[in-house]
Design a protein around this ligand. Structure first.
Ligand code: GLN
Ligand code: ZN
Length: 770
């Protein structure tokens, strides 16, 4: 066995420093480049990343550089590798059974009548993975040698890399039962079959020159999956017994990121594998260690989730603590893949230098790992200068102006600030809005066209004067309002043309935030976001959205929704200060939004939507941590909206369909209307809502905006009928799953027309004429 590297990272960003992969993939989808051109760009990107990592100090030939590329998603990669695609895509295989790149993208994005895989959040991050569909009929077979080819590609360039793949337990734990599966079928029951394919894969990786392989098993740390931690641990034991016993294989490193591994560490310690990775940022150093049987213990001490340079000395201390507990060989790593952080602080020319000195993006984190590894090899003295420099930056951050702002901290809160009038009273007062049954609305954004992006870019570069830019935005709002009137929607939106991003826009207009130029992070597939950095106390220097909302309202007699992003989502999609409890930071953001709502009401806006799509995402993976989270997150939303008068209808929007998981919290938000994603899961969520007895307004989405597919009238009608069957009419709203900003106008208009027509048909049947 060759030794495990003393320092490594669990994975590296895949999108490219300037989002090269996004551009190439989208060009391929649009037919502007062919498959070989796309493959060539991807290969260049991988080569550049490997060289970069070697340049930062990871070894060229010691397996410390992870082979962690993906064209779209790592869960889809694993599913495709083992051939686990739904029956509706089976005919897309090549003659030899291989699933090629075009087929891979079709599974991800859907095509015609073939719905894509569902998408959902990856653990407690803002990354979305595709949900595999597995049933008794799924035939597992090695169906892609992509990872093997990537290892060979690296070897040809003189590098021995470490292939990374989602492990079998996590693959099945994240899967859902296929459409053809019998009621109650559990994908984990297919473990032995899937493991047999991993055995083949390991042999192929070994033959390609891999000395180590990394199996990512984050499912083992989660208490939020359908399978219990005990069942997952049993599954890991079974799977690893087989994989470890395989005749031809690389050494196996099982990584368990995102939270504390807890008792499952003993299971991995007893398994026939060679290295174990634990998350020591989200999890504590264990009180004692099981007998590791000579395995390497890889301490994830550098935060893969956040961008702070942090306490490097403390990180080194954790590794020393593992040694003191008797771990034979200890290695340094990141707590998770670096896919959640941008590439490089050096790419930021506009950030304040003092702020920069407190930050570490992916490349700086690699350097931190390299430092820690040197410390492990040569002793603390050898890296004392680096550890001290990080400590000095941390101390500087504590003292810097703006980190604590007296005016923000003096605003006292009383319990009344967290509630509105009783729901009944509000519902009565809101009758004045005069809405029809099944009111039609959208979630807020309309397509962000090339024109909009160009105008914004010109404005940002100073090439377009502010007045001209604002004229342009008003003409966009004119168009979007006219379109909605023409379509026959009931509650209109202004379309959000002024927003590059629903969080960044607020970050740019609030004090306490900094915005990056190139700090892109993959959200899903080819989509990336640029999280802002929340570094100081938050306050609102001036109204933010009021003039746009008021302008849109001046164009129509129908109500126009004011559109705000909620405190939890602003936190979830930013890189947030880690020096005070999140709840405290959330309340600062909430107070700024509360003032904005007061101003919107004064400007004549009767419906205000406060989006909280990230509420579920921040839910801690450990049950014990969940009540405290739900408490502060709900309270911050209630603080933001608690000042709204009874006749003001407060909406919220959530971007996922696991309503059941956080339904108590959703009720506690006490929004008058909640819109949620439901189209991809074909309204499954409506049954949950009905069973629970949720009685406020609800808009289950009828149009999956993550896919380019246009839903037919019949399809939407059947979704709506399902909703109408399950829930009282007075509660139901009709809307897409989410905002329309990523879609084109043609598909948007066609889809909305179909939604309006389907609603008309359903109304005809179910609405009793007054
Ligand atoms: N109002 C936002 C939009 O329509 C909501 C988006 C979201 O929830 N992700 O774009
Ligand atoms: Zn959404």
């Amino acid at each position: 066995m060759t030794a495990f590297p003393t320092g490594t990272i669990l994975g590296y960003p895949r999108i490219g420093r300037r989002r090269e992969l996004k551009k190439a993939v989208e060009a391929f989808w649009a037919g502007r480049i062919d498959e070989s051109a796309l493959e060539a760009t991807a290969a260049e990107l991988r080569a550049a990343n490997r060289e970069r990592l070697a340049g930062l100090g990871l070894g060229r030939d010691d397996s410390s550089i992870p082979e962690s590329f993906s064209f779209y998603d790592q869960v889809l990669d694993a599913a495709v590798t083992v051939g686990a695609i739904p029956a509706r895509f089976e005919d897309l295989r090549d003659e030899d059974g291989t699933i090629g790149l075009p087929a891979y993208f079709t599974v991800a994005r859907g095509e015609g009548d073939r719905a894509p895989l569902e998408m959902t959040k990856w653990f407690d991050s803002n990354y979305h993975y595709l949900v595999p569909e597995i049933g008794p009929e799924t035939v597992f077979s090695l169906s892609s040698d992509r990872l093997v080819r990537e290892v060979a590609e690296a070897a040809a360039a003189g590098l021995r890399t470490r292939p990374v793949i989602v492990g079998p337990v996590t693959l099945l734990a994240l899967a859902k039962a296929s459409d053809d599966a019998p009621e109650g079928f559990d994908p984990l029951s297919r473990l032995d079959d899937v493991v047999a394919v991993y055995v083949e894969l390991l042999a192929a990786l070994k033959a390609a020159g891999a000395e180590w392989v990394q199996l990512d098993e984050p499912a083992l740390v989660s208490e939020s999956l359908p399978a219990s931690t005990g069942r997952l641990a049993d599954a890991a034991q079974r799977a690893l017994a087989v994989l470890g016993g395989a005749a031809e294989r690389p050494s196996i490193f099982v990584a368990a990121p995102y939270a504390e591994l807890g008792e499952t560490l003993a299971v991995l310690a007893a398994a026939p594998i060679e290295a174990i990775g634990i998350d020591l940022v989200r999890g504590a150093v264990p009180a004692s260690l099981p007998d590791l049987g000579g395995k390497v213990l890889v301490g994830g001490v550098i935060d893969g989730h956040n961008i702070w340079r942090g306490d490097l000395d403390g990180a080194f201390g954790k590794l020393e603590a593992l040694r003191a507990l008797g771990a034979g060989t200890v290695a340094a790593s990141t707590s998770t893949s670096l896919l959640h952080v941008p590439h490089d602080v050096e790419d930021e020319s506009k950030l304040d230098a003092r702020l920069v000195s407190w930050l570490a993006f992916a490349d700086q984190k690699v350097a931190q790992v390299v430092t820690l590894a040197r410390g492990l090899a040569e002793g603390r003295e050898a890296v004392a200068t680096e550890l001290d420099a990080a400590s000095a930056a941390l101390a500087d951050r504590r003292e810097a102006p703006g980190v604590r702002d007296g005016a923000v901290r003096r605003r006292a809160l009383v319990e009344d600030d967290f509630s509105r009038a009783p729901y009944q009273e509000r519902e009565n007062a809101q009758q004045a809005l005069n809405l029809p049954a099944l009111p039609l609305t959208t979630i807020g954004s309309f397509p962000q066209t090339g024109d909009i992006r160009r105008a914004r870019a010109q404005f940002t570069r100073g090439e377009l004067p502010q007045d001209d830019y604002e004229d342009f935005l008003r003409s966009e709002i004119d168009r979007v309002v006219a379109l909605q009137e023409d379509l026959g929607l009931d509650v209109l939106v202004h379309g959000e043309p002024e927003r590059n991003d629903m969080v960044q826009y607020f970050a740019e207009n609030l004090d306490g935030f900094a915005v990056t130029e190139n700090g892109w992070v993959q959200s899903y597939g080819s989509r990336a976001t640029r999280p802002s950095i929340l570094w100081g106390d938050v306050s609102r220097p001036a109204p933010i959205t009021v003039s746009w909302a008021a302008y849109a309202q001046s164009l129509s007699v129908k109500p126009v929704k004011g559109m705000l992003t909620g405190p939890v989502t602003i936190l979830a999609w930013s890189f947030v200060r880690d020096d005070q409890p999140l709840g405290e930071t959330a309340n600062q953001v909430a107070l700024a939004l509360r003032d904005e709502i007061t101003d919107l009401e004064a400007a004549g806006i009767a419906i205000i939507q406060v989006d909280e799509p990230a509420l579920r995402e921040l839910l801690p993976l450990k049950k014990a941590d969940q009540p405290a989270y739900l408490d502060w997150s709900v309270r911050s939303f209630r603080l933001a909206t608690g000042g709204a008068a009874a006749p003001t209808q407060v909406h919220t929007h959530l971007c996922y369909s696991e309503f059941g998981v956080v339904i108590d919290a959703i009720r506690a938000l006490d929004a008058d209307v909640t819109s949620i994603e439901a189209a991809r899961s074909r309204m499954e969520v409506v049954a949950d809502i009905a069973r629970y007895g949720f009685d406020h307004g609800v808009g289950p989405g009828v149009y999956d905006i993550h896919s380019p597919r246009i839903p037919s009238v019949a399809e939407i009608e059947s979704l709506l009928r399902r909703a109408v069957d399950e829930l009282p009419l007075r509660q139901l709203w009709v809307n897409p799953d989410c905002g329309l900003k990523t879609r084109g106008y043609d598909e948007t208009v066609a889809s909305l027309r179909n939604i309006v027509e389907a609603t008309r048909r359903v109304r005809e049947d179910v609405v009793v004429p007054a």
